[in-house]
Ligand binder design. Structure first.
Ligand SMILES: CC(C)(COP(=O)(O)OP(=O)(O)OC[C@H]1O[C@@H](n2cnc3c(N)ncnc32)[C@H](O)[C@@H]1OP(=O)(O)O)[C@@H](O)C(=O)NCCC(=O)NCCSC(=O)CC(=O)O
Length: 443
């Protein structure tokens, strides 16, 4: 078990882009950056098997991780910069980059810990995971956008934790950076496509300029991890390709074509199935409306589209509401999939931005209703992040709220992985609903 007693910081340093390679710049925040700025930091932990003593990690792994991080920052230089936002809402907020910018790089050691358990799929403490991700500390003008922590588990492995405030970028850009850093470490070269920071084609339907429209914004970047009960745990649930196909068939077999059609994708059935299990776990009354919020990548959906290498936020929220009795009923998966599919269809031809005035209110209301939210994507390729010592044995998003779900491709390549956090009793319930539903599918 990771506790403060068996966890110690070995080194705290700063990593900069190579000398003079990142010239001073100011990159204005886009509409999407400002909208997402209160969403809290993105925090992932990449676990690697590495059965060697700490000294070997320090001598051979760390120098390469640092030099490749420096190389990656040459291209992703805004991540070494600071958020600039004056108290006047008229001043444009942006990312300021200056010579000498750097990223905090912490090295820690964890002893007497079951590395397998912490990097496994079965329930493990979220408070322990929190120790493996670095804190982003905002103080005055210093508002860093990336912090890195490498934690060594002697003779077992190491974990690379990276935190970025959502103001800097969305999940697609986060993983773009991590994969660029990993491939630079593995090959010594920058092989991933260069990021694009060009904001000129990004729409601004609400004419937003500053993050200071949100009271208390400063606290959103500073990563104050809540103190969690020791029985608040995180676990990973997998849906194999075969199970996904069965779920898709169970939807399409019953879907009433008279109501129109939609593409019953992997994302649709995964969200639908997890949502039903979650609603059953919380045991809501049948007449309550259940809420789901998921995010859609808007790069390819904009007219004209932005390149996939666009770095920043380009995501829009999708809101889905279904009555609990319909979700937990016999055809719940059909009802949920149809409602989610319709929300995805509604993203076509730039239509999502038409509802932009309602986003804030809908988001706030759904949050009061314990909405299920989805982070990550099964298309991000988080398991490609090989720094030169093999692919991750586990990639975990740190989730501090019951009802928040994270998604990734499965490590084996067969299907998807769903990460969730709950109190242990709720986790047991969720696990039972999840496996019972799949048993029914195979009958
Ligand atoms: C809105 C969506 C979830 C809807 O997904 P869907 O799969 O249902 O719909 P779609 O139109 O995109 O794709 C439909 C079908 O097209 C195919 N398809 C489309 N694009 C593909 C791609 N890039 N790779 C592989 N397949 C693809 C698939 O066959 C899929 O069906 P099939 O699946 O049956 O094969 C998705 O489009 C999307 O935007 N995903 C990214 C969401 C995202 O960025 N989340 C992170 C937010 S930030 C965040 O949360 C923080 C963080 O992550 O760090």
């Amino acid at each position: 078990m990771v506790s403060v007693e068996n966890f110690r910081v070995l080194e705290q340093s700063q990593v900069s882009p190579p000398n003079g390679s990142a010239p001073p710049a100011f990159i204005p925040l886009s509409f999407f950056d400002i909208v997402m700025s209160t969403a809290g930091p993105i925090r992932r932990i990449f676990f690697y098997d590495f059965p060697h003593p700490t000294a070997v990690v320090v001598d051979s792994v760390l120098p390469r991780l640092k030099s490749s991080l420096s190389l990656a920052l040459q291209r992703f230089y805004p991540l070494a910069g600071n958020l600039m936002c004056s108290s006047s809402p008229d001043d444009r907020s942006g990312i300021g980059c200056a010579y000498g910018d750097s990223v905090s790089f912490v090295v820690a050691e964890c002893v007497g810990v079951d590395f397998r358990e912490l990097s496994g799929t079965r329930a493990h403490s979220v408070a322990e995971l929190q120790l493996l991700v670095p804190r982003l500390v905002w103080s005055g003008a210093a508002k860093p956008l990336l912090a890195v922590q490498v934690t060594v588990f002697p003779n077992h492995g190491f974990a690379v934790g990276a935190s970025m405030p959502h103001t800097a970028c969305d999940g697609s850009s986060y993983v773009h950076f991590m994969n660029a850093w990993a491939s630079a470490s593995r090959t010594g070269q920058l092989a991933e496509p260069a990021p694009s920071f060009d904001r000129t084609a990004v729409p601004n339907p609400l004419q937003l300029r500053s993050v200071n429209i949100f009271p208390g914004f400063d606290r959103c970047g500073t990563d104050e991890s809540p103190t969690l009960a020791s029985d608040f745990v995180s676990a990973t649930f997998c849906l194999t390709q075969d199970q996904l196909q069965r779920l898709k068939r169970s939807v399409t077999a019953k879907f009433d074509q008279r109501h129109g059609s939609f593409h019953c994708s992997t994302a649709v059935v995964t969200y639908a199935y997890a949502w039903i299990c979650l609603v059953k776990t919380f045991g809501y009354a049948g007449d309550k409306i259940a809420h789901l919020i998921f995010l859609a990548d808007y790069r390819a959906r904009l007219q004209p589209p932005l390149p996939t290498s666009y770095f920043g936020n380009c995501i829009v929220p999708c809101f889905v509401e279904v009555k609990v009795s319909d979700l937990v009923g016999e055809d719940g998966i059909v009802v949920a999939a149809e409602a989610i599919g319709k929300a995805i269809q509604g993203l076509r031809d730039g239509a999502a931005l038409e509802g932009v005035h309602g986003w804030g209110g809908r988001w706030q209301f759904a949050a009061t209703q314990q909405a299920m939210t989805v982070a990550g994507s099964s298309r991000f390729r988080v398991y490609d992040a090989d720094f030169g010592w093999g692919t991750p044995v586990k990639v975990e998003m740190v989730i501090q709220r019951a009802g928040a779900l994270s998604l990734a491709e499965s490590r084996s390549g067969d299907g998807v992985e769903i990460g969730l956090s709950f109190d242990r009793t709720e986790m047991d319930l969720f696990e039972r609903h999840f496996s019972d539903g799949l048993k029914l599918l195979s009958e």
